[in-house]
Each structure stands twice: as structure tokens, then as C-alpha cells.
Design a binder for this molecule. Structure first.
Ligand code: 5GP
Ligand code: MN
Length: 348
């Protein structure tokens, strides 16, 4: 059963909560993307203007192409062991912990227990399916295009639009732009375009943000992309599925950095007739999978049923541990017959 989207019903209690200066921690999911980091730093900018002390802690590092946002220098990576004492102290003694762009604590990996055990009031703001019940305040809407959209709307609901500035809006725009696939996914509603228009009117150079994120590849990354597209793409027309595999050796050979495989999965969907595209990458911690689909074909069901993951209907992630890359591919191939009928039913 899919829970209905829960709007923040207790807005007045929330307004009261943030009406006096608080110690606030903001966190987001492991390997943050532009929406995770942009919603976190956008919210941080707003809360700082309201007089709060804000610490943004990410459970891991994130790609260089998003490391330009205002507040980026102050972000603490939980994987930095030298800061672990300070970080755990901040989590344990926070008044409020905001959990953005994820809705199950497992997605913050080793931060999950410290956050769960903290006496802080927890606020979850997110747009992923199947939220866990761990927060006292929830603003959850699976129809939202991005968590950054929810942050913008929350600031609007609180009557604080005048506090928005270029730095905050650059962060939020990055989240909305990337999670909508540059305003082309079906999540791109008139409301999303209106928010983007408001952000442009505030003076944000949206073209610059697009270039910082999408036009900042290294030569090595371009060669890696070329190699993966020419050598590693497999298309299964009988299922309308495309998939890529990337071995640990290939990651090393192309000196792959965090974020270098991001977006490659989308190329599979550019092939006529393809309904689902998957990239399978042999990472040290697990074999990681990214799923993308079109129309009603729901990849989050495949990710959660077979690959310990989840996400959105058309964009999900998952993993296997202990079986390796080849067996993961075999597992994917073995489940395809189960989905063949639905894959073939999608109009193109
Ligand atoms: P990506 O393929 O970019 O890693 O993930 C696509 C979408 O699925 C993102 O919104 C991401 O947050 C979500 N996602 C990725 N991995 C998982 C997972 O293990 N569990 C859940 N619930 N969502 C995931
Ligand atoms: Mn998001």
C-alpha cells in the first residue's frame, strides 16, 4: 500500500518550534545528489537568517559538480573520523534534526542510529515513497518534483518568502532542475515552473547553475562515458530493457570519481522503444544499481522487491551484497520474464 502524501498539518506548531533560536542539524541521504544537498543548504540558509545555529551533516562525500553551493564549506562529512566526536555531539544535543530527501533512516547508513537515538525533534521533508514513521513533523509529498520544491513551498507557507535570496535560491534551483531532469520529467508541473520563475526573478543565473552541474565533466569522465556507451551497453529488445555494467577494474582504469557514473543510466532510455534502463556498478561496499523507466512502468517495485532499494516510480536505486557483479546481472535477467508483459504494454 502506498501511503497518501502527508502535508505538514501542524504548521502552527512547526512555526512555534522555529520561532526561537535553536540548535539545528540538517542531514540528507548517503551520497547526496543536487536535490539532497541543495534542499539542505537552501534550508540552512533560510534557518540561519531566522537566527538559528545550523550544522549540515552529510553521511558521505558528494560529487564536485555540486560542491559550489553557499554553505558548502561548512558541511561536515560524517565519514570524516577526525570530526566524529564533534559530529556525534551535534546530533545528540541538537534541538531539531531535519531529515531531507529521504524517508527511511537506513538511507543515512551509519548516521541512522545516532539520529534515531537523539532526543531532538525530528522533521522529515521528502518526496520518496514508503516513508518510515520516525519524525514528529512530516512534510511528505510523493508528487513533489524535488525536496527543494517542498523547502520553497514551506518557506512560502510560513510567510517568509521575503527571506529568500540568491544564495538560497541557487541551492533550491539546483535541486529542482536535476530532479526534474532539467524540467522534462512528468513531475514538472505548472507549480514547478512557477517556482523556477520566482527563482529567476530573484536574480539567480539559472544557465550558470546548469553549466556548473552538467557542463563540468573532466576529460576522463567523457572518455569513461564513451567507453561505457560503446562497449558496455546491452539492449534486450524482447523486454525493452537496456543495461550497463561497470566493473571495479573499469572504475579504477578511468580514475572514476564520486558522481562520474551519475546520469549514464539515462542514456539507455534514449534508445527507441526502451522502457527500463539499469546501470550496475561494482562498488567496494556493494554492487549498486540505478533504475530508470518511462510512463507507468514502476522501477521502485523492482528495486524494493529484488534489490534492497526503492525510490520513485521512474527513478530508483538498489544493491546486492556478497554475490558480485555477474550474479547481480543474472538476477536481473532472471526476473525480467515476470515484468515482460508490463514492459511490452507501455506505449511509446
Ligand atoms: P539513483 O539511481 O540516482 O541513485 O537513485 C534514484 C532515486 O532512487 C533517487 O531519488 C534516490 O534517492 C532513490 N534511491 C536510490 N537508492 C535507494 C534505496 O536504496 N532506497 C530508496 N528508498 N531509495 C533509493
Ligand atoms: Mn530528491
Amino acid at each position: 500500500m502506498q501511503p497518501l502524501s502527508k502535508q505538514m498539518q501542524n504548521l502552527e506548531a512547526f512555526r512555534e518550534l522555529i520561532s526561537t533560536p535553536r540548535n539545528i542539524v540538517i542531514t540528507t541521504h548517503f551520497k547526496p545528489d543536487a536535490d539532497a544537498l541543495g534542499s539542505s543548504l537552501g534550508l540552512a540558509g533560510y534557518l540561519k537568517k531566522k537566527g538559528h545555529k545550523v550544522t549540515v551533516i552529510t553521511p558521505s562525500d558528494y560529487p564536485k559538480f555540486i560542491a559550489w553551493m553557499a554553505g558548502n564549506e561548512e558541511v561536515i562529512n560524517y565519514e570524516d573520523y577526525r570530526l566524529r566526536g564533534k559530529t556525534n555531539h551535534a546530533i545528540a544535543h541538537a534541538d531539531i534534526i531535519f531529515c531531507l530527501d529521504f524517508s527511511v533512516l537506513a538511507r543515512i547508513e551509519s548516521m541512522a542510529e545516532p539520529v534515531r537515538q537523539s532526543k531532538a525533534i525530528k522533521v522529515m521533508i521528502d518526496h520518496h515513497t514508503f516513508p518510515e514513521d520516525f519524525a514528529q513533523f512530516v512534510y511528505h509529498d510523493i508528487k513533489a518534483a524535488a525536496t527543494a520544491q517542498l523547502i520553497f513551498q514551506l518557506i512560502e507557507l510560513l510567510g517568509d518568502k521575503d527571506l529568500l535570496d540568491v544564495e538560497i535560491c541557487e541551492c533550491l534551483y539546483a535541486g529542482i532542475m536535476t530532479d526534474t531532469g532539467s524540467f522534462r520529467h512528468p513531475s514538472t508541473t505548472p507549480a514547478v515552473h512557477r517556482i523556477a520563475a520566482d527563482i529567476m526573478e530573484l536574480g539567480v543565473n539559472t544557465n550558470l547553475i546548469h553549466r556548473r552541474i552538467y557542463d563540468s565533466s573532466t576529460m576522463e569522465r567523457m572518455k569513461f562515458l564513451g567507453y561505457v556507451l560503446s562497449e558496455k551497453l546491452v539492449v534486450l529488445p524482447q523486454y525493452r530493457v537496456a543495461y550497463f555494467t561497470v566493473t571495479a577494474e573499469e572504475l579504477k582504469r578511468f580514475n572514476s570519481q564520486t558522481g562520474d557514473t551519475e546520469g549514464i543510466v539515462n542514456y539507455g532510455l534514449q534508445i527507441e522503444g526502451v522502457v527500463m534502463s539499469v546501470i550496475i556498478v561494482d562498488r567496494p561496499e556493494a554492487v549498486k544499481m540505478s533504475f530508470r523507466s518511462v510512463e507507468e512502468f514502476a522501477v521502485n517495485q523492482i528495486a524494493s522487491k529484488h534489490f534492497s532499494g526503492g525510490g520513485h516510480k521512474n527513478a530508483s536505486g538498489g544493491k546486492t551484497t556478497g554475490i558480485g557483479l555477474e550474479a547481480t546481472v543474472e538476477k536481473l535477467l532472471s526476473i525480467l520474464p515476470e515484468y515482460q508483459e508490463s514492459l511490452l504494454a507501455v506505449k511509446s
